[in-house]
Design a binder for this molecule. Sequence first.
Ligand SMILES: Cc1cc2nc3c(=O)[nH]c(=O)nc-3n(C[C@H](O)[C@H](O)[C@H](O)COP(=O)(O)OP(=O)(O)OC[C@H]3O[C@@H](n4cnc5c(N)ncnc54)[C@H](O)[C@@H]3O)c2cc1C
Length: 385
Amino acid sequence: MYDSDVIIIGAGPAGLSAAIRARRVRTYNLLTSSVMVISNHPPGGLSDWTKVRMTGDGWSYEKGELIGKLMKDIDDYSIPIIEGKVQKIEREGDTYRVITDEREYRSLAVVVATGMRMTCNENEYFGLGLFGTLKGYRFMEDYFEELCEKEKGKTIVFVGTEEMEHTVGLFEKINQGRMKVKKVLDHGMNIKGYREGMYVLTEDEEISGDRILIDFESYMLKTPTSDIVQCEKDDNGFIQSDRRCKVKDGLFAAGDISGPPFSLAKAVGEGTTAGLESYRYVYRKKFGKEAPIFAFYPIHYSGEATYFEVPELKDEYRPRLLGSYDVIDGKIVFRECSLDSTEFNHRLLESCDGTRTLGEIREEMGEVDPTIRSLIDGKDLTLEV
Ligand SMILES: Cc1cc2nc3c(=O)[nH]c(=O)nc-3n(C[C@H](O)[C@H](O)[C@H](O)COP(=O)(O)OP(=O)(O)OC[C@H]3O[C@@H](n4cnc5c(N)ncnc54)[C@H](O)[C@@H]3O)c2cc1C
């Protein structure tokens, strides 16, 4: 037994795209899968700090707009986003253990979409005392000179990995003692957030300054967010995956954590691929055959007159309801399916919590298959193994 077919780590553009694609096989007569997202921070990742461009100005989003669109689907499909810092991912038998600071979750497949750094509440202060190295060293030289002159006697706090010495070195050369310099080493888990003032809040202390500079360059040279998983990585800590985002059996990586280029279009593209591939992996694991997701993949049509895309309902499967339902005018209403609000149906829905097998439910309640099928067709129920 496990908590979700697929667990996605990180709620940036890559993680949200993966979650939607692993869950949304909506228009097909096909079984959907259970998906949950675990993120240390409200959805958005790096992408909701400013206006962002997908390919150029013609395709761009105002602050928060892109994530708003992705979150509409996350809400429509009732995909749970659980708050937590993932500390470790471990394989155990057929499942993955995803260990957070609070508890442990299990799944058949995991998508790592943790970006290059953990984000907190930087977007509240970005451009308002908090800045980042975004435009390269030539820009930094000019910017540092202007800053040191304007903020003489004040304090600047650098936040980054051990690689921030490159940027700090450049700053010190230009600074010539005009500003005081503090450094906060980010090792992936220790930064808790930022506070008016400006303060960097870490697990052990609150460090004050007048300006905070996040050294993105240092994260590109050494990311701390892949430490949670043991797998093949490049020299800078970025996870190595193939063109279908596969790292190893049941483990996928998408977005900034798979290395440069660090871009939204790549994050969304890889998230989409990782979502579909994790869905296919889970389907094969459950039913021993290829998932027929026409249009994204060829469906290997068998030619049988009885061909039906949803597999046989075996006793050992564990039905799990996905999302919630309302009762309106005596009907239990899901997104695309409604049932009569009878005591039998309520009891059946309560027993579809992923802990009981279909065999046990049948034994207790008799004929349940037509209702189970209509819930599968409406994408409101999955069968776990
Ligand atoms: C100011 C700024 C402007 C940008 N502008 C553009 C642009 O115009 N065009 C463009 O293409 N790109 C732009 N980018 C880059 C783009 O935002 C990133 O490439 C993109 O957000 C990467 O998406 P992601 O989902 O891979 O990672 P992220 O957006 O970083 O999201 C990852 C999420 O995972 C969470 N996480 C990490 N570790 C854990 C853990 N252990 N447990 C739980 N959660 C965890 C993080 O906190 C974060 O919320 C910009 C970046 C910045 C900072």
